[in-house]
Structures are given as C-alpha cells and as structure tokens.
Ligand binder design. Structure first.
Ligand SMILES: Cc1ncc(COP(=O)(O)O)c(C=O)c1O
Length: 379
C-alpha cells in the first residue's frame, strides 16, 4: 500500500546529480575518490575526529570496529538489547558473546547504572547506541570503561551532529559508526562511516578496509607495491555514492534546522494530549543536543499502538514501531536471552511508535498526523 504521508521520504538537496556527473567525469567512481575524501574531510573537521573512513553502511563500519578489537571466541561485548541487529551481529561475527543490557525508561538509552554489574574479566567492549540521536550518559559510561580498561564503541547511526554536554556524539568512543541509509538525516541510499578517535587504530583500519592489504599506503606513495598484510574485506563506499552524500553534507545547518522545526512542532502540538493520555514523548536531558533524527511516542498500553497505527493508516499515514528486543530474538535466545532479562526494553518495544519525519514533510501533512493523534484517546 502506498501512503500519502509515508514514514520516510529521502530528500534531494539539489547538487546530487551534478556531483554524480562530476564523479563520472573525474573517471574515479570506485572507493576513496575525490568525493570520498571531501566527505571524510568535512566530517573530520566538523566533529574534530582524527580520522573518518566512509564505508558501504553502518553495519560495515561496525564490522570493522569488531575486527579492530581483535576479539576471540568467548570474549564478551556489552550491548543494549534495544537496538538494530547490526550493533550486535558485527561482534557475534567475530565469535564474541553479546551481554545484553537494559535501557533507561526516560531516554531509552542503555542504563549506565547497570553497566558495572555486567562487566566481567571477559568483557572486551561496551557498545553504546545514542537512541533517537539523544546522547547516552557518557560521563558514567566513560568512567566505567576507564576503571575497567574496556574500549567503548559508539553506534551513532542515529546521532550525527548530536551533542552530549557540548561534545559531538561519535567523539567519545575509541571508535564510532555512522549510517547514511535512506532513512537518516544525511543519506546516499546506503552508506556509513567509521570514526576513529584513537589514532592507534588508523593504520590497521585502512588495511582492514582494503581487503587486508596496505593499498592505502601504496596510493600515498609510502610503499612501492601493496600486498596482503592482515585480514580484511572490501569496506569502501563507491565515489558515486560519496558524491551524492557530499551534496547532502553541504547543507548540515539547513537540514538540522528544518528537522528541528518539524520535531519541535510535533512536540508542542502533542504535549498536552500526551500528558492527558499518559503518553510518553521523547525526553531530552538539558545537557543533550539531539540530532533531530526521530520523533516517537510511547503509548501506555500495547494494544493501543496497533489501534493508533490503524487509525493513522485510514488517513494515509504510515507510522511504525521500532526495535524488537534482541535478547528475545532467535539468535538472542541462543546466547541465553530470556523473557524478563531486560524488562524496560521488553515493555517499550511493544508500546513505541515513530511518526513520519523527513525533511520535506509540509505543515499540512504534519497537521494531519497531529490531528489524527489528537483524536485518539488512550483512556
Ligand atoms: C542503531 C543502529 N545501528 C546500525 C544500523 C544499521 O545501519 P546501516 O543500514 O547503515 O547498516 C541502524 C539502522 O538503522 C541502527 O538503527
């Protein structure tokens, strides 16, 4: 079924086709071409990250992070259960055991107070996900990681340009990952990036990304031929995709302002209805600047979510739920996950509903979403 107001609609900012034509004219459409370098440079400069490498997706960037950590069978990685499968799967691919942590009921980010209790001598990484682009409690996360000498990885798929206490998300972990999937604020269809904050990982990351070879060094003239030096895979983004992405990254402020406007409008219009109906709206701590990636509501009773989805559907509006608890998935259960392990995740997962939010949604369409919701009574 096609919806008059879809959940997401990728936006085109104007220069996508021009830059793709330029990439073709450049004669360099494989990875690490001029547009890849421009995107990497831009993200490095804005975030102040030592090294950014574009990848074909956030999933691939997570896989690179897992390879860089040199995991061994039996190593444990602490990850939220309330996340996308790739956050966990990337580490499981390296034979690590996921240890699922529950989320806080307010921000829906991992509950940092439970971290210490899950750390064992086998813990080799803590992976945080900044849900909806709202920062996790990084002071506590970093404190635990420092005390136990455990690297922190940020899955920042949803949080590009968000900040925690004035510092950009993606700059806290030794490694962080971004997504440029069609649904994200900045996109090239499918795409991602690995952010390397600890320079000790840079050289090996370049090798892993180039099929286990020192080809990057060869292109820089640092070696006279390149060869197989480590394990790796093909984790480069085509320069055609990078050209598309650059056309989007040129408009960071415009896109973020537009999304803020849309997000704020939802919040203001739904605030009273939410209070009257015991519905939870996103909670953004005062010291967090969110990325304005997503607007969600958490309904008081799970059956109401499906009823509201149906009601919105009759108006041609697509609203969608989100992550299913990973500890209760078929794979999660193979690692010992069972009902009750992460109670907040289990509850929120059944009650959360995400509303249409894309750069080009107009006020009339937003009003139609809002009106339908205001007509829905939870009592
Ligand atoms: C938290 C999180 N991590 C990773 C991903 C995967 O991103 P990609 O599709 O770029 O691989 C997603 C997808 O939305 C996500 O929500």
């Amino acid at each position: 079924m096609s919806y008059k107001i879809p959940f997401n609609r990728p936006s085109f900012l104007g220069n996508e086709q021009v830059y793709i034509a330029k990439a073709i004219a450049n004669g360099h459409i494989s990875g690490d071409g001029p547009f890849t370098k421009k995107c990497q440079q831009l993200i490095q400069e804005v975030l102040g990250v030592p090294k950014v490498l574009l990848t074909p997706s956030c999933t691939h960037a997570l896989e690179m992070a897992a390879l860089l950590l040199d995991l061994h069978p039996g190593d444990e990685v602490i990850v939220p259960s309330f996340t996308f499968v790739s956050t966990v799967n990337a580490f499981v691919l390296r034979q690590a055991k996921p240890v699922f942590i529950d989320i806080r009921a307010d921000t829906l980010n991992l509950d940092e107070n439970q971290l210490e209790g899950l750390v064992t001598s086998k813990t080799k990484a803590i992976v945080v996900v900044h849900y909806a682009g709202i920062g996790c409690e990084m002071d506590t996360v970093i404190d635990v990681c420092k005390r136990f000498n455990i690297p922190v990885i940020e899955d920042n798929a949803l949080g590009l340009f968000g900040k925690y206490k004035g510092r950009y998300l993606g700059t806290f972990g030794c490694l962080a990952t971004q997504s440029f999937h069609e649904t994200k604020n900045f996109t090239c269809g499918e795409g991602g990036a690995l952010l390397i904050n600890d320079p000790k990982y840079i050289e090996r990351a370049e090798i892993i990304r180039e099929k286990g070879t020192n080809r990057s060094k060869f292109f820089r003239g640092q070696v006279d031929k390149y060869s197989w030096v480590d394990i790796g895979s093909s984790y480069l983004l085509s320069d055609i995709s990078a050209a598309f992405l650059y056309a989007q990254l040129e408009f960071i402020e415009e896109i973020q302002n537009k999304r803020k406007q849309i997000w704020d409008y939802y919040y203001i219009q739904l605030k009273d209805w939410a209070a009257e109906n015991a519905v939870q709206l996103p909670i953004v701590p005062s010291y967090c600047e969110q990325s304005y990636h997503m607007f969600y509501i958490v309904l008081p009773v799970k059956e109401q979510r499906q009823m509201l989805i149906e009601q919105l559907k009759t108006q041609g509006i697509l609203a969608v739920f989100h992550y299913l608890p990973l500890h209760l998935s078929q794979m999660g259960r193979r690692f010992g996950g069972k009902q009750g392990d992460c109670p907040v995740t289990e509850e929120v997962s059944e009650k959360i509903l995400r509303l249409p939010l894309y750069n080009s949604i107009n006020i009339n369409d937003q009003d139609r979403v809002i009106e339908t919701i205001l007509n829905f009574k939870c009592n």
